[in-house]
Design a protein around this ligand. Structure first.
Ligand SMILES: C[S@@+](CC[C@H](N)C(=O)[O-])C[C@H]1O[C@@H](n2cnc3c(N)ncnc32)[C@H](O)[C@@H]1O
Length: 238
């Protein structure tokens, strides 16, 4: 029977599922979505203003919430693909009249037909190349003494690359801000065990070395997320 607590919160509904059942259902559904994606059914693909993004709608909605909450001066996205996710981020920035997006991809050559938006800038190169990291740092510094920077890592998902990205971009994130390792659902979490060590492993290594970051579980409250355990928030100083 539904019940509420003294605070009037409505998040204490009937306990239909045990915690174990809940985790199993989420994992099974993630696997179903992924298997369908691999089979060509487009379950991981969305389109923003007609441009493809490889994102769940629930994650895009969460990014929108984070942008509204944090009002980033700069959003750094590694892994452009066709530009749909960058365009989404730039559009939300536009709606609040604040912020800009840098999207980095080794394939962002002139031959790529990427979407145009005044708040969206594309860089070609490896996200961990020192000159690319330096360009991003320079842009952040140009925005003020302590800009709010939000980082989304969605390029090469192998463990060592993601770990290098986490180390390179974490210093840009100020307390309360977000550093998001995407696709933590691969490498047997539960998808694609044959992939080899991936983003979830990188996050585990990173967190062990950086106690100033923590996982914000509220960012996966929609349950369907490509980034379980991947929404990292820099802790506020004690
Ligand atoms: C998963 S896709 C990005 C998806 C995109 N963010 C979206 O949501 O639509 C990964 C991209 O990372 C790029 N990539 C691979 N290795 C990279 C690297 N070392 N540095 C930057 N980009 C890389 C690939 O070219 C590819 O376009």
């Amino acid at each position: 029977m539904p019940h509420s607590d003294d605070t009037g919160s409505d998040d204490t509904g009937p306990e239909t599922f045990s915690a174990e059942d809940e985790q199993r259902i989420i994992r099974d559904f993630r696997r179903l979505m992924f298997d369908r994606f691999v089979a060509g059914h487009g379950t991981l693909k969305t389109r923003w203003l007609g441009v493809e993004a490889i994102k769940y709608p629930t994650d895009l909605m969460m990014y929108q919430e984070l942008i509204i909450r944090r009002r980033p001066d700069l959003i750094v996205e590694t892994g452009t693909h066709l530009g749909g996710s960058g365009l989404f981020l730039a559009t939300i920035c536009d709606l609040i009249g604040h912020g800009e997006v840098i999207s980095i991809d080794i394939r962002n050559g002139p031959e790529r037909d990427l979407p145009q938006h005044p708040r969206l800038h594309f860089i070609q190169g490896s996200s961990v190349a020192p000159e690319i990291v330096a360009m991003v740092q320079a842009r952040a510094e140009a925005l003020g003494p302590s800009p709010e920077v939000m980082v989304m890592l969605d390029s090469d998902h192998r463990l060592l690359h993601v770990l290098a990205e986490l180390e390179a971009y974490a210093p840009l994130v100020r307390p309360g801000g977000y550093l998001i390792a995407e696709d933590t659902h691969v490498k047997d979490h539960p998808n694609l065990p044959q992939y080899g060590p991936g983003p979830a492993g990188a996050v585990a290594f990173f967190l062990a070395r950086h106690p100033d970051f923590e996982v914000d579980e509220t960012c996966t409250r929609f349950m369907m997320s490509q980034n379980p355990g991947g929404f990292l928030r820099r802790r506020m100083p004690a």
